[in-house]
Design a protein around this ligand. Structure first.
Ligand code: FAD
Length: 379
């Protein structure tokens, strides 16, 4: 990894040990998203690594972003989830925004002055992106939007959201989807139900309700009909490696907590590390960590080099999120009865790991992406 990225890692580790680790269990228990900590992350440049300096970011790229997410998730995967999703509002504006949209939003988002999110999922199902029902009709020079989005991360803290809605049907009769930028406080744009989640509880998730919301034509992001391309590009190349980086941080937590516990726990008059079966569990956690790390940074390096990384990102997400569940279960087992005591963080790691699997696309959807690509390429 480049020297610059290692400097980012060092800075994030110092920040996370000081500002995140001491509070992570409490945020989880209280189901609280610590917005003040996100703001501090913004001031330190941790929320703007993919934004070029001309728009107020650090321009360090997608690998640096994954480093931030991994090291924050090492202590609080929920907080990392809020930061990860913030980037899902940034990415489409950066890629598809007009110069005016970039100047209006990116400097505020890159520094954490404003928070953001991406709203695609609807009650009709997240996997079926084109089946969404939220409609946007152009009437008298205004987009009139009606519908409901669900499971939206940062729904209550985002100052600006990128959202996808149905704007008609294309020339083949398929739904035409378009993307819009919508600001908090727009009349008719309301927060709905807040979810009570199993894990990633230091991020907030809930419904966004749109009732006769009227947006200027200039709120359209990219061209009319670009909605699927914008949503899939953002989720596939930024959301999925982001979720994989969060899972990587959880695995790191399992590895480190497992070794720490095994060193301190004395049984048969000796540290638990002397038991070979325990060494094997640590070896399996380490192997999962190294494999997940290579997959995550492979995908982000491709993206940094300007290449496609959607399939590699799916591979990284599938492997890392499922490995995080395995590592958390293994570490709980390693710790004996202590593993299920809530004074230790590993139970939280398991809940967080399980919650990473569906967010950003389920394991089945990752397999659909990876399988179809493999079959196409290997003819
Ligand atoms: C913590 C969290 C945060 C989230 N944040 C956001 C957010 O910020 N913005 C946003 O828009 N969404 C967000 N989501 C939604 C997330 O993207 C969806 O939950 C996910 O895409 C799955 O959609 P679904 O829950 O509707 O499940 P469904 O699509 O209803 O899937 C149900 C089941 O069917 C399977 N399935 C579906 N299609 C296929 C297929 N073709 N082949 C095989 N199996 C299939 C799935 O794998 C799953 O097992 C979040 C979800 C979570 C859990």
């Amino acid at each position: 990894m480049a020297g610059e990225q290692e400097l980012v890692r060092k800075a994030v580790i110092e920040f996370a040990e000081r500002e995140v680790a001491p509070h992570a269990a409490e945020w989880d228990e209280e189901d609280l998203c610590p917005v003040d900590v996100l703001k501090q992350m913004g001031q330190l440049g941790f929320l703007g690594t993919i934004v070029p300096p001309e728009y107020g970011g650090t321009g360090l790229g997608y690998t640096a972003r994954a480093v931030v997410l991994e090291e924050i998730a090492r202590h609080s995967a929920g907080l990392a989830m809020a930061a990860m999703t913030h980037y899902l509002g940034i990415e489409p504006i950066l890629r598809y925004g007009s110069e005016e949209q970039k100047r209006r939003y990116l400097p505020k988002l890159a520094t954490g002055e404003w928070m953001s999110g991406l709203a695609t999922t609807e009650p009709s199902g997240g996997s079926d992106l084109s089946g969404q029902q939220t409609s946007a009709e152009l009437k008298d020079g205004k987009w009139v939007i009606n519908g409901r989005k669900c499971f939206i991360t940062n729904f209550d803290i985002a100052d600006v959201c990128v959202m996808v809605a149905r704007t008609g049907t294309d020339d083949k009769g398929r739904p035409e989807l378009s993307a819009f930028i919508i600001e908090k406080g727009t009349p008719g744009f309301e927060q709905g139900h807040r979810e009570d989640k199993l894990g990633l509880r230091s991020s907030s998730t809930g419904d966004l309700v749109l009732k006769d919301v009227r947006l200027d034509e200039s709120a359209l992001l990219g061209k009319r009909g670009d909605g699927i391309k914008i949503a899939l590009g953002t989720i596939g190349e930024v959301g999925r490696p982001g979720m994989a980086a969060i899972a990587l941080g959880i695995i790191k937590g399992c590895l480190e907590e497992g070794v720490k516990f095994a060193r301190e726990r004395i049984i048969y008059g000796k540290p638990l590390t002397n038991v070979q079966a325990i060494q094997f569990m640590i070896a399996e956690n380490r192997t999962d960590y190294d494999a997940a790390r290579l997959l995550v940074y492979n995908a982000t390096s491709l993206k940094d080099a300007g290449n496609r990384c959607d399939v590699e990102s799916s591979v990284a997400k599938l492997y890392s999120t499922e490995a995080a569940v395995r590592c958390a279960e293994r570490t709980i087992e390693l710790m004996g009865g202590y593993g299920v005591m809530n004074q230790y963080p590993v139970g939280r790691y398991l809940r967080d790991a399980m919650t990473t699997i569906s967010a950003g696309g389920t394991s089945q959807i990752m397999k659909v992406v990876i399988g179809s690509d493999s079959i196409r390429k290997m003819q």
